[in-house]
Design a protein around this ligand. Structure first.
Ligand SMILES: [Zn+2]
Length: 183
């Protein structure tokens, strides 16, 4: 079910404003197949839409809270997303063949298509949220990752340079012999 729906009949060239709540239940279902989760509070989608011939220009703002997992320590991270939405919706029959995937970019005029008498913003809002969320969210810039408990740490000498690598032993021996021959 679509939630962010603009009725074409409500639009004219001067445009109209909409104000939607981005409910946590909407976020939860929109983000169900992703690494993000719904935040604790509802977000907001404000939109100004105007009609230009058969096209509908939508300019808006998305504010939402989403949950993610810290890429280093796996702690829960709450992300505040705040981004602009600019999109031009054209009638479905003008869609170029083979472009049924929605392709969305941040800070660009995005293109999508509407069919019937409604412009549905849900897929675009979802794509923008996914684009805006960092690939590797961190709980803090200085996150040091998961602390390895003492008894699970490898012994010092594995990484220390006190002893030569056992794999180098044959080479060292060869070097020794070569040096001997030179004398
Ligand atoms: Zn962390």
């Amino acid at each position: 079910m679509s939630t962010f729906v603009l009725q074409i009949r409500d639009l004219d060239e001067s445009g109209r404003d909409w104000n939607f709540a981005i409910g946590t239940d909407w976020l939860a279902s929109a983000l169900a197949d992703t690494e993000l989760t719904a935040g604790a509070e509802d977000g907001r989608l404000t939109v100004h839409a105007q009609r230009n011939g058969m096209d509908v220009l939508v300019q808006g703002h998305i504010e939402a809270q989403v949950g993610a997992t810290c890429a280093r320590c796996l702690a829960d991270v709450s992300l505040d997303v705040d981004l602009a939405l600019t999109a031009l919706f054209s009638p479905e029959h003008t869609r170029p063949e083979g472009s049924d995937e929605i392709d969305v970019q941040l800070d660009e005029v995005n293109r999508d298509y509407y069919s019937g008498s409604e412009v549905v913003l849900d897929p675009m809002v979802r794509e923008l949220l996914l684009l805006e969320a960092p690939m590797k969210p961190l709980c803090s810039e200085g996150c040091e990752g998961i602390a390895v408990p003492e008894h699970l740490r490898p012994p010092e000498e594995v990484f220390g340079d006190s002893a030569p690598d056992a794999r180098l032993a044959p080479l060292l021996k060869l070097k020794e012999e070569l040096t001997k021959n030179e004398e």
